[in-house]
Structure formats: structure tokens, C-alpha cells
Design a protein. Structure first.
Length: 91
């Protein structure tokens, strides 16, 4: 007599293999790029009646408004991708 499949058996049949570690690393790299890539410049100027006290500043900001630099972005993106790959690889 054939055995009736239970809900547990169906769940076992539906199991998928996890995504490869490089896919997670790619997502982490894209996430770090969105958070840290400097894409716009904002500035501020303070004028004073005394010329020596007037000044202006500029800041590079990422897409989400985090103050960033090209160096920070260039270093953090591969580190985030490598760390994610290392944490998700199969053992």
C-alpha cells in the first residue's frame, strides 16, 4: 500500500538550495554603495559684517544623506562584500 504524503513530506520536497555566497556579497556591496557612495555636494556659507569671519563649507553626501568620502566608499564596499561572502560561505 503506498504511503500517504504528510505535510512534512511536502515541505521537504519544496526545500530550495540557498543562494551562493557571491550573491549575498553582491547585495552587500550594492547596499554599501547606496549608503556610502558620495553622490551630491551640499554647502553652507556664513556671512559676517567682518570679512575675516565669513566662511563656507562643503560636504559630500550619499544617496541617503550620510556624510561620506570617496575613500570611505572605496574601502567600505569591498570590505562589506568580503565579510558577507565569508559569513555566508558553506562549511
Amino acid at each position: 500500500m503506498p504511503r500517504i504524503k504528510t505535510l512534512t513530506h511536502y515541505r521537504d520536497d519544496m526545500k530550495r538550495e540557498a543562494a551562493p555566497p557571491w550573491a549575498f556579497a553582491l547585495v552587500a556591496g550594492l547596499f554599501a554603495t547606496i549608503l556610502l557612495a558620495p553622490v551630491r555636494i551640499e554647502g553652507f556659507c556664513a556671512d559676517s559684517s567682518i570679512p575675516e569671519l565669513s566662511y563656507c563649507t562643503q560636504t559630500l553626501l550619499s544617496t541617503v544623506g550620510i556624510p561620506s568620502t570617496w575613500l570611505l566608499w572605496a574601502i567600505a564596499t569591498p570590505i562589506a562584500a568580503a565579510a558577507t561572502w565569508w559569513l555566508t560561505r558553506r562549511r
